[in-house]
Design a protein around this ligand. Structure first.
Ligand code: DQQ
Length: 686
């Protein structure tokens, strides 16, 4: 069976998912009587008619939504786009719905085609958001994700599914779970996987019920011998958790992976919520379970931070303070093990984390630095980055972070493209032993295998005000590693000068790459065209603290990234710790419409979505720049690799190592038998 077969199999089968639907408990199955038979026939005819009308209505509606002004619409304003998510009880999902009043850019087909990425995970088409239940099983990395199989906007959320041998190349599988029960009818929302000692995998996820109440549900793989985990069986016991007293019916979602506590002989897991009577506090509740069917809410709260609002997609995991490797989620706290608490803030849609101490007996986690608590301190990423989730990879002993990267263009354009959003490059996470106060995030080393020919430049003197082209040809798929140095004498002289602009500098409120200070900005211009009419700047800016000591900022400037105005173009950034004797270093992954940057080994990271109109295909260029007024910058080295494209396509038998393809064929036969059997029954009824 080839990829097409799988595609048609998954779309032509009576259900677009891998398991048989159950009836609603209020609609028990009964044997049809002769009168019922006639009723059924008339009902079927009527239902078919209604269905046909619905299809026609939907098609015409879709037609009106997708027949957009295109090349002739330059002067038009975008029509009102509705917000997606908040009404249904989750954070805003619309791609930049604030853009509804700006003029529409005449995007051409080739401009839009160029935006699709080459080595970031994307489904074949349509909408994707949060990563769900990532895991490693029998030789495959599994990725599930929030997916709308019908459109490039959020809605009708199912679990898409893909597998990979290396976290880089991906094979699409049939949808794993669809919203077909009363307890998830409004969406199979975010969830996490836990491996049980008997080899089973408990998948806990949030369902939005027919009444839009958020409940937690359980699913297991239907066949553990299947390395592809194609079929998922939702538990008869669902929902296994409903919002507890005092918690809003739409403020209870996104269960974490569970961790085992031997002293309790039980599993614990966290769920995010909020408490508005506690000054709009974001909170993490902890539940205890032995069998994942029945649960006890632990007294107290794992952690709460006032003013931060609803916590989505909470993640809670241990990090080693002495070894450069990841830890299993059940690793207990200890002298060399701290715990990271992360939450996605519904209010500002950013992912915040803090490092602290976990007191399991007291059901309490305490941040190391209360000033850098969850939601008010460190972020995984200072750009576009949300709803992330980690998993422990037992093969490479690492903790890997996945995240949803949304669009910064308009929904109108997304519908034209036929897709929206993607996942960030998977990042390995470590505790930063040098600073002791932050995490390090770095693209998993598997990504390095996409590196092709490299260009190396060393010891380039970037005079104040200089822009230097780096001749690497087409610059759309790159991995860049650069190291900068400022002569200590220039640094010392500069920090003593009176330059009020450098005290309290903030990337987001600055003038970006165009604003000139004594020691910055300097860095790289990516996705630029020859005359830099479009460019995305990735740069450092050295400012001063009130006491005069230097402080380094790391920023992205998207303001000149595109000539189009129906886009969100922002200034992003934060400070990055630079220790004595360290040079300034940055790694940048450029992949068409996404730019991901990692400063100082991953202490501060920024992700941008940008949509140039001229700096595309063969016209993309790369530059170094130094817009400081008063200091030469030495580029000690810059190494640039062109990146190969990762393959992403439907799974077929050639991808099988012996058992999986066999299973796919087997399931196809099973579907055929069920189909023939159904025809036979219908004939008998006739
Ligand atoms: N996305 C899911 C929710 C989660 C939100 C719905 C975060 O479970 O809270 O698609 O993006």
């Amino acid at each position: 069976m080839d990829g097409k077969d799988i595609e048609s199999w998954s779309s032509s089968s009576s259900i677009p998912c891998s398991y048989p639907p159950l009836l609603h408990p209020d609609q028990p199955e009964t044997a049809p009587t002769p009168t019922k038979k006639a009723c059924i026939r008339w009902f079927s005819i009527a239902a078919s008619g209604v269905l046909l009308l619905c299809v026609v209505a939907l098609l015409s509606n879709a037609g009106s939504r997708t027949s957009l002004p295109g090349n002739n619409g330059g002067s038009q304003l975008t029509r009102h786009r509705r917000s997606r998510g908040p009404a249904e009880g989750v954070s805003e999902k619309s791609a930049s719905w604030r853009l509804r009043t700006v003029p529409v850019f005449p995007w051409t087909k080739s401009m839009l085609l160029w935006q699709r990425t080459a080595f970031h995970f994307q489904p074949e088409k349509n909408w994707i958001n949060d990563p769900d239940g990532p895991l490693y099983y029998k030789g495959w990395y599994h990725l599930f994700y929030q997916y709308n199989p019908d459109s490039a906007v959020w809605g009708n959320i199912t679990w898409g599914h893909a597998v990979s041998r290396d976290l880089v190349h991906w094979l699409y599988l049939p949808i794993a779970m669809v919203p077909d029960r009363w307890y998830d009818a409004n969406g199979v929302w975010t969830g996490s996987a836990t491996f049980l000692p008997d080899g089973r995998i408990a998948m806990l996820y949030t369902g939005s019920t027919t009444e839009s109440v958020q409940v937690q549900n359980l699913a297991f793989p239907a066949d553990l011998n299947d390395p592809l985990l194609l079929r998922w069986a939702k538990s008869e016991a669902n929902p296994v958790l409903i919002p507890p007293p005092g918690i809003g019916l739409t403020d209870f979602r996104d269960p974490t992976t569970a961790w085992y506590v031997p002293s309790e002989s039980a599993w614990l897991l966290a769920i995010g919520s909020k408490n508005d009577s506690m000054y709009h506090a974001g909170i993490a509740l902890v539940y205890k379970t032995n069998d994942f069917l029945t649960y006890e809410l632990l007294p107290g709260i794992l952690h709460a931070v006032q003013g931060t609002g609803m916590w989505e997609c909470v993640d809670f995991y241990p990090v080693s303070t002495e070894k450069a490797e990841g830890l299993d989620t059940s690793e207990p706290a200890g002298p060399t093990v701290k715990h990271v608490l992360k939450a996605s803030m519904d209010d500002d849609r950013n992912d915040y984390y803090a490092i602290g101490t976990y007191e399991v007996g007291m059901n309490q986690w305490v941040p190391d630095d209360p000033e850098k608590d969850v939601g008010i301190g460190l972020r995984y990423d200072y750009g576009k980055y949300y709803a992330s989730k980690t998993f422990y990879d037992p093969v490479k002993k690492r903790r890997v972070l996945w995240s949803w990267i949304g669009e910064s263009d308009s929904e109108r354009t997304d519908l034209k493209k036929g897709w929206a959003s993607l996942l960030g490059i998977p990042r390995a996470i470590l505790f930063d032993q040098k600073t002791g106060s932050n995490l390090l995030q770095w693209p998993v080393d598997d990504v390095d295998e996409l590196r092709m020919n490299s260009s190396d430049f060393t010891d380039i003197n970037l005079a104040a005000g200089a822009v230097v082209p780096l001749d690497v040809g087409r610059a759309t798929q790159l991995d860049i590693v650069a190291e900068f140095e400022i002569a200590p004498s220039a640094l010392a002289a500069a920090v003593t000068e009176a330059d009020v602009g450098t005290v309290g500098y903030n990337c987001s409120t600055s003038q970006g790459a165009a604003g000139r200070g004594i020691l910055g900005p300097f860095g790289l211009l990516v996705l630029a065209d020859e005359d830099r009419s479009e460019q995305t700047a990735v740069y450092f800016y050295i400012g001063r603290r009130a006491d005069g000591s230097p402080i380094t900022h790391f920023c992205h400037d998207e303001i000149r990234s595109s000539k189009a105005s129906d886009l969100e173009k922002k200034l992003y950034g934060s400070i990055v710790p630079v220790l004595d004797g360290e040079t300034l270093s940055v790694r940048i992954l450029v992949d068409h419409s996404i730019v991901e940057s990692f400063a100082q080994g991953g202490r501060t990271c920024i992700t941008s979505r940008v949509y140039p109109t001229k700096a595309i295909y063969g016209a993309t260029r790369l530059f170094l720049f130094n817009n400081a007024t008063n200091a030469d910058v030495i580029v000690k080295s810059v190494q640039i690799w062109h990146m190969d494209s990762a393959f992403m396509r439907p799974f077929d038998d050639h991808d099988d190592d012996g058992s999986s393809g066999h299973r796919l064929t087997h399931y196809l036969w099973l579907d055929l038998i069920i189909y023939l059997f159904t025809i036979l029954i219908l004939q008998l009824i006739e």
